[in-house]
Design a protein around this ligand. Structure first.
Ligand SMILES: [Zn+2]
Length: 236
């Protein structure tokens, strides 16, 4: 399905992923909504070990529709505006330090179903945007899923934390590449598309911390408002 949708994007006039207006991938109004206002939006309460969380915007409206279209409906071209929002947010949050962006990995079944690694791609593109702006930035796929994780949607915060315990591991070679980059004074920044309870990011931070690569921040495109948890549309 992903490939078909990506092909349709090439052969048909595009429609805005945020508002369905014809002729553009994301219209200027929805682009402004997507970039939102980079700000600290750490979930409260937050799980132990969760780094400070920054996001471009809240998970609603055009941002929510664009993230879902990118992640679940194969509109891979949306990686560019979404990564742009991430890069702006990372730039605002980190304030001048060279960065290593570490994406939160998708589960293997999700990778197969989607046919692409949506967050990994965002991290690579966002690092490219930062470098193009003269900012030392690298994306390192340092984390992988250890085992199958049940769909997180519909679980409460405690269930999510339990479900995720030791779900992530370092990828082979990650320790060496992180050590080399951190030796150069870089700051580790976790990257995900959406933060909801923060359980996934806290788990990712725990694994990196154990490897001596403490993440200073987490940056996401959007943050779920506490009272508007999506029940079934934010699957990892
Ligand atoms: Zn629009």
């Amino acid at each position: 399905m992903g490939v078909t949708t990506a092909l349709l994007d090439l052969v048909l006039p595009p429609r805005c992923a945020g508002c369905d207006a014809p002729g553009v991938l994301v219209c200027p109004r929805c682009t402004a909504e997507l970039r939102g206002e980079p700000a600290r939006r750490t979930p409260a309460p937050s799980p132990p070990g969760l780094p400070e969380c920054w996001s471009a915007t809240v998970y609603a409206g055009a941002a929510r529709r664009a993230i879902l279209a990118y992640k679940e409906h194969g509109r891979t071209a949306l990686a560019h505006p979404l990564a742009g929002a991430l890069a702006l947010t990372a730039g605002t949050a980190v304030g001048g330090h060279p960065v290593v962006l570490v994406p939160v990995p998708s589960s293997r079944p999700a990778l197969r179903r989607r046919g692409h690694d949506p967050v990994g791609r965002l991290a690579v593109l966002a690092a490219g945007y930062l470098r193009a702006a003269g900012w030392p930035a690298t994306a390192v796929q340092a984390l992988a899923q250890r085992r199958r994780v049940a769909d997180q949607a519909g679980l409460n915060a405690l269930q999510r934390a339990e479900n995720l315990s030791s779900a992530l591991r370092l990828t082979p070679g990650a320790s060496g590449s992180l050590a080399a980059l951190l030796g150069g004074g870089r700051v580790v920044v976790l990257v995900d598309d959406v933060v909801t309870t923060g359980a996934t990011l806290a788990e990712a931070a725990r694994v990196l911390r154990a490897a001596g690569a403490e993440p200073r921040l987490a940056v996401t495109v959007a943050a779920t408002r506490r009272r508007e948890r999506p029940r079934d549309d934010h699957a990892r």
